[in-house]
Design a protein around this ligand. Structure first.
Ligand SMILES: [Zn+2]
Length: 477
């Protein structure tokens, strides 16, 4: 356990110390094998990915779900193609890799597998991390529970017994008289799934699309990765202190980008006219997503036990259409990422999307004010530190105190922008306004504000965009 406490990465140390939930790390008992756990922590911790926010997208990992003895879901309804998820995922990911190499020739696109081999989620995550992936895209196919149907295929004779009782020497004796009846003979079969369509998953805790909720009756026990046969992945407990630590690190670094790409994938698939279930979050069963030290998404390309979907994801055209949709989203995502770090030189002209960015107005009064928080202060002078709380993606802000500009055009990073704020004691309320000069590569501008009022610390998660200013009101005690 001592090793966990010896983590040297300063940034991570900060995360571990500032989050009170993480102080229980050392209390972890033998829930998961320590070495595996430590390896997992290392994947997240000993890396340079804090700098990733400033890097262009150069390495993409494409993972074909399942493989080898792990077939994944199988088309098992009557008259199904009996296709296996592992083959479908391999075919689609091969096409996706080809498409990305064509459209983004300067990007290194690496498949986790190109043949029918088994890799545990841990192995898959290791490949992605070792290759220096900056984006992890998992290809899967869904399945849902099947109902059993029956049909009459004829009749058969059945022997039944008519039972009577007779008294023999004061004792009751049972007499069974057999007789024949003709009964229908049934054959049983699995009915195909009604549900069809695609969904995109990211690793997090609490969002399931309304559409998906509607079909699953609100329950989130949606069959997703029941076949991921990796005991560590399946037994990993995100409610354990270490689980929460891992989840928290992932959230801090990669959530925004993952969510963003997932939305784009969903949009691109919608354009093809397929049924889509939107972007969804979950923890269980997609351990591999957060074990990769990079933004990650998982695409469920269709239900393998729905006849229409099964045919679609097994067809050349369907596989190509899925690959093209996902590739189009990744090209858009890359443009967004590269936008803040320089010219998108590796994006071919045909794939370039004209993003008419609204020119930032310096007049904050043209935007509406979103009051984020009221803070009651004791001092007349407080210090205010501003950070980018998610990924450092080039968010630029200006800050106004009671209409006066006190910070102009500064980029939020993981290092604080410190302001000493002198409040006007004659005012009942002092207004601190955050104006988004841009929205970074991942809108909106979000950040963390720490206000020190003497020894009292106030934390505000702020948000500002091209429509709304973020406003914090300071009142006097
Ligand atoms: Zn799967």
């Amino acid at each position: 356990m001592a090793k966990i406490a010896n983590i040297t990465d300063e940034n991570v140390k900060d995360h571990l110390i500032t989050d009170p939930r993480l102080n229980q790390v050392s209390m972890l008992k033998n829930k998961v094998p320590f070495l595996v756990l430590f390896a997992a922590l290392q994947l997240l911790i000993f890396s340079n990915s804090f700098a990733q926010g400033a890097k262009k997208l150069q390495t993409i990992i494409v993972d074909a779900g399942h493989g080898g003895h792990d077939a994944g879901a199988v088309g098992q309804y009557e008259n199904s193609l009996r296709s296996k998820e592992k083959d479908v995922t391999l075919a689609i990911s091969k096409k996706l890799v080809a498409e990305l190499r064509k459209q983004l020739p300067d990007v290194n696109t690496i498949p986790t597998r190109t043949t029918d081999i088994y890799q545990s989620p841990t192995e898959k995550a290791n490949i992605a991390n070792e290759k220096g992936g900056q984006l992890f895209v998992c290809i899967h196919a869904d399945s849902g529970p099947l109902k059993q149907g029956r049909r009459q295929v004829g009749t058969r004779e059945e022997t039944r017994y008519h039972v009577t009782y007779k008294k023999v020497k004061k004792k009751k004796v049972k007499i069974s008289t057999p007789y024949k009846v003709t009964v229908p003979a049934y054959e049983y079969f699995k009915m195909p799934l009604q549900r069809s369509g695609t969904s995109v998953w990211i690793f997090a805790a609490h969002k399931t699309s309304e559409k998906l909720k509607a079909i699953t009756g609100g329950g989130e026990d949606f069959e997703l990765e029941a076949n991921e046969s990796d005991s560590f992945a399946n037994n990993f407990d995100f409610n354990s202190p270490v689980g929460r630590a891992l989840a928290n690190l992932y959230m801090t670094r990669f959530f925004k980008r993952s969510d963003n790409l997932a939305s784009m994938v969903n949009e691109e698939i919608e354009k093809t006219g397929r049924n889509t279930f939107g972007v969804n979050q979950r923890q269980k069963g997609i351990w591999v997503l957060q074990a990769t030290n990079m933004p990650a998404i998982l695409v469920e390309t269709g239900f393998i036990n729905n006849p229409e979907d099964e045919r679609y994801i097994n067809s050349e055209e369907g596989q190509q259409e899925m690959a093209a949709s996902i590739a189009a989203a990744i090209v858009r995502y890359k443009q967004q990422i590269d936008h803040t770090t320089g010219a998108a030189e590796s994006v071919p002209a045909t794939a370039r999307v004209q993003t008419a960015e609204p020119k930032p107005t310096t007049d904050y009064t043209k935007r509406s004010n979103n009051i984020l928080e009221k803070i009651n202060l004791t001092q007349n002078t407080v210090t205010v530190d501003l950070y980018d709380n998610a990924e450092v993606d080039g968010d630029i802000v200006s800050v106004f105190l009671n209409g006066k500009n006190i910070l102009d055009n500064k980029t939020l990073t993981d290092k604080p922008l410190r302001l000493t704020v002198n409040l006007d004691p004659t005012k009942a309320e002092n207004e601190l306004l955050i104006y988004a000069v841009n929205e970074g590569s991942i809108p909106p501008n979000t950040g963390l504000m720490i206000v020190m009022d003497g020894n009292t610390r106030h934390e505000v998660h702020f948000k500002a965009d091209s429509q709304k200013n973020g406003v914090i009101l300071f009142t006097h005690r």
